[in-house]
Design a protein around this ligand. Structure first.
Ligand SMILES: *[C@@H]1O[C@H](CO)[C@@H](O)[C@H](O)[C@H]1NC(C)=O
Ligand SMILES: *[C@@H]1O[C@H](CO)[C@@H](O)[C@H](O)[C@H]1NC(C)=O
Length: 983
C-alpha cells in the first residue's frame, strides 16, 4: 500500500469523480453508498449492480481452472471463447496444493504461471474474480490443500497458530500475483473471495485471519463470499464478513443418470433473501450451476450435458435475473481435466462438467444459449437498475411472470416461465403492459406461448438507438446504430408468433415496411404506434422499417436455431459498438480498420454467412484472409466460408510398434526393499483411527499421490492360518495383494480376511512376504471443515490369524510411493503427476526412456499379463496451421476383467482409466502437452486388479476438426528421461 506513487493518487481522484458522475444522485445518497467502495474506488456497488470505473455492468462470469488445463497458451483460447459467448468475467480458483509440494516450497513456473491466466483474461477483456481459498473444494484432492498439510496437527479452516501460519504462507505467495493484477494497480481483478462455502464448523477468527493477510499484502478490491448452496447469511455481517455477500446454487443437483428429471416447483426465491440479508448489495450468485460433475462408474458427461442443457439455461438463469441477480458466475463454464492425481475420489479424470464449453474446448447448445442471454443484458442497459413489480397476466395459474421496472426510465421487463419448472406443456398467455404509451394486452394478435421448458424476457417501453419500442413478444438479442440506420435482432422458437409495437415518428400509417417474409403484417395499434406481426422463421427474416424512429430500422427476426448462430462481437470497447455475423461455429472477435472488418473465428464445415455492418464497410477478412461477400442491401452482406479439406494426420495406434515391460517386481518375495521407508509410526494426525500398529497411512511417510506399495513380513509359525487387512482409501480405489509372490486377489476398500493359507502359501519356518499395490483416487475434500481431508490412504488394520496371543504389531511393514516423496524429482509436471509404480519411479513414462531392450508387444494385447504392465510407443500428430483438431486417446474394451491404466503423453499423466468402472474411455490430450507438429511419446501402465488382464484397443481420435482462429500454442517444456537421470 505504501508503495503507491503519485500517479495512483491522481487516478484515484479521477476514478472518484467518474463514479459520482456515472451513478444517479438518487442512488449515491441511498443507504451506505458512501461506504460501498474499495481500494482506489474503481469498484463500487449499490443494491443493483457493481460498477467498474463508474460503469454499471452485469457481471456475467464463468468459472475456469488453469490447473485443469496444463497448457498456458490454451488459456488464451479459452478466454477468447468466454468473450465470444458474451462472458465479461472469469472466475479463477487458485489451487494451493498445485503450487506447493512441501512446506515452504512454491512453484509458479511453466503450467503453474498464474500470471499468464491473468494475461489471457486481460487479452480477452474479461474482469477477474479471484478465489484463492486457502480452501477451494473444486473436486480437487484435499479441496486444494497441499499434500503436506495432511500431516498438520491443527485443524484446517480454524484459527490456530499452526494453521494460521500455514494459511498465511500460501496467501503471501499467491498474493504476489493477485495484488499487482488488481484493477487498482492497472490489472483486471475486481473481486476477491475469502475462503469458500465456509458455512459449517465455522470460526470467525479464521475468516478474519484470511482477510487480514490479504489486506496486509495489498488486496484492496471488494471482498466476497459464496455461501453454501443457499442464502444462509454466513459472513454477511459481523466478524469475518465480506463486502459483497452472495451464494452458490446447484438447483438440478448431480444426478446425471436421470437427465430429463427436473424439480417441478420453482423453489428459488432469491430476491427475498437479498432484501433481508444484504439489501445494499447486488444479488450475487458466485457459483451457479453450469453443469454437473460425474462420479467413477457414473453415466458420463453427455448425460450431464443433457440434464443441464440449454433449456435449463433458459429457465433457471432467467429466473435468477427475475430475482434481481446481476452477478452470476457459471460453475463450470470450461471444466477441463483433473489430470494426474488432481481429483478427489468423487470424480474421474475428465472434468468436462457438461459445461457450456466442453473439455476439448468445443461449443455446445448451452454455450450458444448463454451467448443470447449475455448479449441481451450487455446491450439493454435499463436491465441493470430495476425494481420488482407484479405484472398482470391471464393464465397466471400456469405461467409465472416476474416484473422488473427500471428505476431511471420507463422500461419494464417481463420474465415469463412455467410455475411448474419441469413443465413440457405448450401454454399461451397474455401480459398486461402498462407503458408510457398506454396500457396494452400483449399480444394484440396471435399468441404468446411458452413451449415446454422455455422462459422469456419481454421488454416494453424501451428507447434504443433512434427507436422507441413499445413492446416486443420476441426476445431481444441486440441492437446497434449502423450509421444510416438502426438494426435490432429478435428471436423465438421457430413457428411461434411474434408481435412488435414501435412508436412512429409521426403516424403509424406513414410507417413503411419492406420484407419478403409473407407472414409479416402491419397494422396501427394506435394512431402513432405501428404493430408488426410475423411468424418466427426457420432462419432469419429481414424486415426493413421506415418512418418509425428517426432512422430506418432493419429488424432481423430469427428462429431460435438461427439465432444461436448469430454473433455480435464488439468492435469498439469504448462505445461498445457491435457488428453482426451469422453462420460460423464460433466468432472469437471482430475488428474494424478503415473500411474493412476482420473476423476471427472457427468453422466446422463450409458455412454460409451473413454480416450486418455499418454502411462504410466495404471489405471483409476471416482469420486474416480476404473474403468476398455480396451486398444484399441495408448494410447486409452474404457469402460462404469454404471449409478446406485439412490434412490432419495422426498415427494409427493399432498398427504402431509397442514395447512391453513387466512393472511389478515388488510383488516378488526376493525384491530388494531395503531402501524403502520402514513404516514404524505409532502416532498419526489423520482423522482415521488405526486398529493395529504400525501406522500404515501413506501420507504419514510423505507419499500422497497415485499408487502406493506396501510390503509386510512376518515370521511363519505353524499356528498362523492367514491374516486380515483393512484398506482405507477413497471411492474407486483398489488394491492387489500377493503372498510370497503368489496373487491372492484384487479388492475394493474395506476389510478382507485371507484364511487357510497354512500348509499352502505360508512358510511356517521362514519369513513370509505380503506385497500390496494400492491404487488410490486422491484425498477427500474438507467441505464440512471437519478435517476429513486427513482421512487415511492405506491400511487401518493388519493382523495375523490363528495366533493365540495376538499382538497389535504382528507384521513388519515397509512403504513406497513416488520417487522423492514431497521432494519432487519433477517439479515441472508437479506434485500430482506420478505415484509409486516401479515404472514411474524409474522414469518409464518419460520421453527418451530407452525402451529398446523391452520386448515387442501389440495392443490390443494378446497375452495374459499379471501385475503391472507397461507399454510404450511413439506417435505422430500433424495439424496444419489454421486448424484446430483437439485430440483424444480412446480405450475400447469389454469390461470383463478388472484393470486400471495410467495414460502418460510426453511424460504427463493425462488420464486414469478404470476398465471395470468407467465411465470415461476417452481422454483429452491438450495441444501444448501434445506436440501437434511431430512426434509424441505414449506410455501406458496397466494394473491388473484381477489375476491377469489384456488391455484392449487404444486409438487416437480428434473430437472434431475446425478451421480455426486459435491462438498459437507452443509446446510446454518438460524434462525428458535424460534430464532426470543426469541429475
Ligand atoms: C430448419 O431447417 C433445417 C434445414 O432445412 C432443418 O434441418 C431443421 O430441422 C429446421 N428446424 C426447425 C426447428 O424447424
Ligand atoms: C522375525 O524373526 C527375526 C529373527 O528372530 C526377528 O529379528 C524379527 O523381529 C521377527 N519379526 C517379527 C515381525 O516378529
Amino acid at each position: 500500500m505504501l508503495l503507491k506513487g503519485a500517479l495512483t493518487s491522481i487516478s484515484l481522484a479521477i476514478a472518484a469523480i467518474t463514479t459520482v458522475v456515472a451513478v444517479p444522485v438518487s442512488q449515491t445518497l441511498k443507504g451506505r453508498q458512501e461506504d460501498n467502495t474499495n481500494g482506489d474506488g474503481q469498484v463500487t456497488w449499490d443494491k443493483h449492480t457493481i460498477m467498474v470505473n463508474g460503469e454499471r455492468l452485469f457481471l456475467f462470469s464463468g468459472e475456469f481452472h488453469y490447473f485443469r488445463l496444463p497448457s498456458p497458451d490454451l488459456w488464451y483460447d479459452i478466454a477468447e471463447k468466454f468473450k465470444a459467448l458474451e462472458f465479461n468475467g472469469i472466475s479463477f480458483y487458485f489451487n494451493w496444493g498445485y503450487h506447493s509440494p512441501k512446506k515452504g516450497v512454491y512453484d509458479f513456473d511453466g503450467v503453474r504461471n498464474v500470471q499468464k491466466a491473468f494475461d489471457a483474461a486481460e487479452a480477452a477483456d474479461l474482469h477477474v474474480i479471484t478465489r484463492a481459498g486457502p480452501y477451494i473444494n473444486a473436486e480437487v484432492t484435499m479441496g486444494g490443500f497441499p499434500n503436506w498439510l495432511i500431516n498438520m496437527y491443527a485443524m484446517a479452516r480454524r484459527s490456530s497458530p499452526e494453521n494460521d501460519a500455514n494459511s498465511r504462507e500460501w496467501l503471501e505467495q499467491i498474493d504476489k500475483f493477485l495484488v499487482p493484477n488488481q484493477i487498482s494497480r492497472g490489472g483486471n481483478v475486481i473481486l476477491n473471495q475469502i475462503d469458500n462455502e465456509y458455512a459449517v464448523n465455522t470460526d470467525p477468527k479464521y475468516m478474519e485471519m484470511i482477510k487480514d493477510q490479504f489486506k496486509k499484502d495489498g488486496m484492496d478490491v471488494p471482498t466476497i463470499f459464496n455461501d453454501i448452496g443457499a442464502p444462509n447469511g454466513n459472513w454477511v455481517s459481523g466478524p469475518g464478513s465480506v463486502d459483497i455477500y452472495g451464494w452458490d446454487s446447484y438447483p438440478l443437483g448431480f444426478d446425471c443418470a436421470n437427465p430429463t428429471v427436473w424439480g417441478t416447483n420453482r423453489s428459488i426465491h432469491w430476491r427475498e433473501a437479498n432484501e433481508r440479508l444484504n439489501p445494499d448489495q447486488p444479488l450475487a450468485l458466485y457459483e451457479f450451476q453450469g453443469g454437473a460433475f460425474d462420479p467413477w462408474g457414473g453415466p458420463g458427461y453427455d448425460a450431464c450435458r443433457q440434464l443441464v442443457n440449454e433449456q435449463y439455461a433458459k429457465v433457471y438463469y432467467k429466473n435468477n435475473y427475475a430475482q434481481g441477480a446481476t452477478i452470476q458466475n457459471l460453475y463450470m463454464t470450461y471444466g477441463g481435466t483433473s489430470w494426474g492425481g488432481l481429483a478427489t475420489p468423487s470424480v474421474y479424470s475428465s472434468y468436462d462438467y457438461g459445461a457450456p464449453i466442453s473439455e476439448p474446448g468445443l461449443m455446445t447448445p448451452k454455450g450458444y444459449e448463454v451467448k443470447l442471454q449475455g448479449t441481451f443484458f450487455h446491450t439493454v442497459k435499463p436491465f441493470l437498475t430495476t425494481e420488482r413489480f407484479e405484472p398482470k397476466s391471464d393464465n397466471s395459474d400456469i405461467i409465472l411472470i416476474d416484473g422488473l421496472a427500471d428505476v431511471n426510465t420507463n422500461t419494464k421487463f417481463y420474465i415469463a416461465q412455467h410455475w411448474n419448472t419441469a413443465s413440457e406443456e405448450l401454454d399461451a398467455f397474455h401480459v398486461q403492459m402498462e407503458t408510457s404509451d398506454g396500457k396494452f394486452k400483449v399480444p394484440h394478435k396471435g399468441k404468446l406461448v411458452l413451449n415446454g421448458r422455455d422462459a422469456k424476457i419481454l421488454v416494453s417501453d424501451y428507447d434504443f438507438e433512434s427507436q422507441h419500442l413499445v413492446y416486443s413478444t420476441s426476445e431481444i438479442f441486440t441492437h446497434q446504430d449502423m450509421g444510416s440506420h438502426d438494426v435490432m435482432l429478435v428471436y423465438a422458437y421457430e413457428k411461434e408468433d411474434g408481435e412488435i409495437a414501435l412508436k412512429a415518428k409521426s403516424k403509424a400509417s406513414k410507417v413503411k415496411i419492406e420484407t419478403k417474409d409473407k407472414t409479416v403484417t402491419q397494422s396501427a395499434l394506435k394512431k402513432d404506434i405501428v404493430q408488426i406481426n410475423y411468424k418466427h422463421p426457420n432462419g432469419t427474416s429481414p424486415i426493413y422499417i421506415k418512418n418509425a424512429g428517426e432512422k430506418d430500422l432493419l429488424l432481423l427476426v430469427a428462429g431460435y436455431s438461427s439465432a444461436t448462430r448469430w454473433w455480435a462481437p464488439i468492435v469498439d470497447s469504448k462505445s461498445g459498438n457491435r457488428v453482426l455475423i451469422h453462420g460460423p461455429y464460433l466468432v472469437r472477435s471482430a475488428e474494424i480498420k478503415d473500411n474493412s472488418v476482420s473476423f476471427k473465428g472457427d468453422i466446422d464445415e463450409t458455412t454460409d454467412i451473413q454480416v450486418v455492418v455499418p454502411d462504410n464497410i466495404k471489405s471483409f477478412k476471416w482469420n486474416g484472409k480476404d473474403i468476398k461477400l455480396k451486398p444484399t442491401g441495408h448494410g447486409s452482406w452474404k457469402g460462404t466460408l469454404n471449409f478446406g479439406r485439412p490434412q490432419v494426420e495422426y498415427t494409427d495406434l493399432t498398427k504402431a510398434t509397442w514395447k512391453f515391460s513387466q512393472g511389478s517386481p515388488e510383488s516378488q518375495p526376493d525384491f530388494d526393499d531395503t531402501e524403502w521407508i520402514t513404516a514404524d509410526h505409532l502416532q498419526t494426525n489423520s482423522v482415521t483411527v488405526p486398529d493395529t500398529w504400525p501406522i500404515l497411512y501413506a501420507d504419514d511417510y510423505g507419499y500422497h499421490t497415485g499408487n502406493i506399495w506396501l510390503r509386510g513380513t512376518f515370521n511363519g509359525t505353524s499356528e498362523i492360518t492367514g491374516f486380515n487387512l483393512t484398506c482405507y482409501a477413497g471411492a474407486a480405489s483398489a488394491w492387489v495383494i500377493w503372498l510370497n509372490g503368489e496373487y491372492l486377489g484384487g479388492y475394493d476398500v474395506g476389510n478382507q480376511d485371507f484364511t487357510n493359507l497354512n500348509g499352502t502359501l505360508i512358510d511356517p519356518e521362514g519369513t513370509n512376504v505380503i506385497s500390496i499395490l494400492l491404487w488410490t483416487t486422491g484425498h477427500a475434500d474438507d467441505w464440512d471443515a471437519d478435517d476429513r481431508y486427513k482421512q487415511a490412504r492405506g491400511f487401518t488394520k493388519s493382523e495375523l490369524l490363528g495366533v493365540k496371543n495376538q499382538t497389535i504389531w504382528a507384521i513388519d511393514w515397509k512403504i513406497q510411493g513416488n520417487l522423492g516423496g514431497e521432494d519432487l524429482v519433477d517439479p515441472v509436471r508437479g506434485p500430482y503427476n506420478e505415484g509409486g509404480l516401479y515404472g514411474e519411479r524409474n522414469g518409464w513414462h518419460l520421453p527418451g526412456f530407452p525402451d529398446d531392450k523391452w520386448e515387442d508387444a501389440s495392443i490390443p494385447e494378446t497375452k495374459n499379463r499379471t501385475g503391472v504392465s507397461w507399454y510404450r510407443t511413439t506417435f505422430e500428430v500433424n495439424i496444419p496451421e489454421g486448424y484446430d483438431a483437439p485430440m483424444s486417446l480412446k480405450f475400447d474394451d469389454d469390461t470383463k476383467t478388472r484393470y486400471r491404466s495410467l495414460v502418460f503423453v510426453n511424460g504427463w499423466q493425462l488420464g486414469r482409466y478404470a476398465n471395470d468402472l468407467g465411465p470415461q474411455t476417452q481422454y483429452y490430450l491438450p495441444n501444448g502437452i501434445l506436440n501437434t507438429k511431430g512426434e509424441n511419446t505414449l506410455a501406458i501402465a496397466v494394473v491388473a486388479v484381477d489375476e491377469a488382464a489384456q488391455v484392449g484397443k487404444i486409438t487416437l481420435e480428434p473430437y472434431t476438426i475446425l478451421e480455426s482462429g486459435i491462438p498459437d500454442v507452443k509446446l510446454v517444456e518438460s524434462p525428458t528421461y535424460q534430464d532426470r537421470t543426469q541429475h
